[in-house]
Design a protein around this ligand. Sequence first.
Ligand SMILES: Cc1cc2nc3c(=O)[nH]c(=O)nc-3n(C[C@H](O)[C@H](O)[C@H](O)COP(=O)(O)O)c2cc1C
Length: 336
Amino acid sequence: MKKTAICDRLGIEYPIVQAPMAWITPAEFAAAVSNAGGLGTIGPMAGIKGPREAGDADVVGERLREQIRKARSLTSKPFSANVPVGRGGRAPISDRMVDVIIEEKPPVVIVVMGSPALYTKRLKAAGIFVMHAVGSVKHAQFAEAQGVDAVICEGYEGGGHLGGEELTTFVMTPQVADAVKIPVVAGGGIGDARGLVAALALGASAAYVGTRFMATIECPVHPNMKQAILDAIDTSTIAFGRKTGLSRCLKNEYTREHVALEAGGSSFEEMREYERSGTPSLQGRRRVPAALIDGNVVHGSAAMGAVAGLVKEVVSVADLIQSMVKGADEILKRLA
Ligand SMILES: Cc1cc2nc3c(=O)[nH]c(=O)nc-3n(C[C@H](O)[C@H](O)[C@H](O)COP(=O)(O)O)c2cc1C
């Protein structure tokens, strides 16, 4: 497959960026993706043992340092680290992550859920390639003006947290590609060769893939999650939580109760309390690790994208990447 502009800029073989997924994309996984020719990404919470550690900026920072060093020991290829920008009480955590990233200098950083005005200049000054996730044309133009090297369009189809504007990958990507000069990466709903070709056709330089990478042999997500992805059909996921922050997950008891509470007029604080409180079956675990690590796909927050319905088998990371790029070549030949 032909290299795109971002392949040359990043020094990767194929235009596939593995999207960060909290808890389940540690250094070993990111290195496997990079060794297979894509860009692997270390997710937040990699190496973190529980909620107490997750709330401690110094622990999060030092775990991230270990993860970056481990990835470097496992691959000579470029890889990336993810910083979700923290607000309020969580701001010191992302501040600390950025300090560590500037010290350790992974080749690429993916910053999400916050303003590109916060960290871009310092990260760029350290020689790191900065990608910033955006949810609209205006946000992408602002990120470009702040000096980011590439923007990531995260569409409404995707798994995990979603942009408040609810724009789909299909409509956001070409509009952003027309509006900025820097490379665009497109994600949300990409799970096979057809999605990869579509992303490139829409004006992206690379595809950003999360959910499909969960159903790989190397991904350390709980087997119940992999099975839930294999069992999923087109209508198995739901975007919910407009009051507290939109995200897309497997429809289950948690999302059913969440939607009912919100529809019943629960306040922001009540919704937050519900999200954090859990049920006896979670045994004190927060909703996200309960699903991703413990495999509670009934009461946990089982983040996955609508593309789950397309996933029919668990394969190795290398086989997945090869099937996407070879399949893309065949599609392009057929279309030509
Ligand atoms: C289980 C899961 C966890 C996620 N955690 C994060 C995260 O920690 N940081 C982040 O920037 N995005 C996170 N995301 C969003 C992904 O990085 C990406 O935007 C999304 O998976 C792309 O859509 P797709 O799932 O259709 O491929 C997560 C997504 C999933 C499915």
